[in-house]
Design a protein around this ligand. Structure first.
Ligand code: ATP
Length: 306
């Protein structure tokens, strides 16, 4: 059952077309991810869904309500992660959780929220004195304070260390277990692959692909990726001619070759490095499964993080 429906959304800022006919839906109870490079239109889309910005054209319904008509009703049932700098700096963690909880008819207690995000030990710390990771967790706790049906989390794990990142993944997975819906934007492809039931990949204000991470990878990439580092890299024209090669990407000394015949590509590559006596410059040669990053590269010719 769709809990969010976005139909043919358009939005321009002056001459910049931020959204150019964007359509997708989010199913109740899933973790949905929106991926895309900087400026692709993610924030604009999310803020239109949340009722914080208006669209020039198109329709958005959330929980079967038209966002343009009843934004206040929708706000009771969604949770939105605000970015840390906008939090009130002179309140303690416990105070800000209590304050935000008081805005809603139904909310978690400050204690429940502290526990959920493992912030108990920071309860008396002023918001301005929290570390980056703690601020990040607090902003997620505030998004969940009204026990929302849908939580919108914007890059929730940016800046977290691996342990904090994994513990936040568990919080997000727990929400799904409790039947909640999570709408996530992220730059981390591994995060999207690990957490999301479905993702939409956005570029230049349009959805260029959507589906489960596994299906997207399977549908778009039949090849395996061969990666290595070499400075300077072999000429592109040579790499493209290696047997089995379908696409080559060069980025800051890292070469990625997509190959439909790994054995043939690898052996020709090694033969080339041996013959030209550059084999000692070939570093970190590895063969890996394709990822969502590869899907993006295949569809656009660019990487998500540039
Ligand atoms: P990021 O990952 O960098 O946050 P994004 O995918 O969220 O990017 P948006 O913030 O939605 O992208 O921006 C889409 C386009 O619209 C960009 O070209 C951006 O510069 C432009 N834009 C966004 N907000 C405004 C605004 N308030 N005024 C003018 N242009 C804007």
């Amino acid at each position: 059952m769709p809990i969010i429906e976005v139909d043919n959304l358009h939005k321009a800022y002056g001459t910049i077309k931020a959204l150019n006919g964007l359509s997708f839906h989010v199913t109740a109870g899933e973790i949905f991810g929106m991926l895309g490079p900087n400026g692709a239109g993610k924030t604009t889309t999310v803020e239109i869904i949340e009722g914080l910005r208006s669209a020039d054209a198109g329709r958005v319904s959330v929980l079967d309500m038209d966002v343009a008509r009843v934004p206040a009703k929708i706000k009771e049932r969604i949770g939105v992660q605000l970015q840390a700098p906008s939090l009130l700096p002179l309140l303690t963690v416990q105070e800000i959780l209590g304050l935000f909880g008081s805005f809603y008819k139904k909310s978690l207690s400050a204690e429940e929220a502290l526990k959920l995000l493992a912030l108990e030990e920071s309860r008396r710390v002023l918001v301005k004195n929290l570390s980056g990771g703690q601020q990040q967790r607090l902003s997620v706790a505030l998004a969940l304070i009204n026990d929302p049906d849908i939580a919108f989390l914007d890059e929730p794990t940016t800046g977290l260390d691996p342990q904090a990142r994994h513990s936040l993944w568990s919080v997000i997975e727990d929400m799904r277990k409790r039947g909640k819906t999570v709408f996530l934007t992220t730059h981390y492809m591994d995060e999207a692959e690990h957490l999301c039931d479905r993702v939409a990949i956005v570029d230049h204000g349009q959805i260029i692909a959507q589906g489960s991470p596994r299906a997207l990878i399977k549908d778009h990439i039949r090849e395996t990726a061969i990666e290595f580092e070499m400075e300077p890299p072999p000429p592109n024209s040579l790499l493209e001619e290696l047997p089995g090669t379908t696409q080559v990407s060069l980025e800051q000394g890292t070469v990625t070759i997509y190959s439909s015949d790994i054995a043939a590509t690898l052996s020709s590559l090694l033969k080339y490095t041996e013959q030209t006596k550059v084999d000692d410059q070939l570093k970190n040669l590895r063969v890996r499964e394709a990822t969502l990053e590869d899907v993006f590269l295949k569809l656009t010719g660019r990487r998500i993080r540039e």
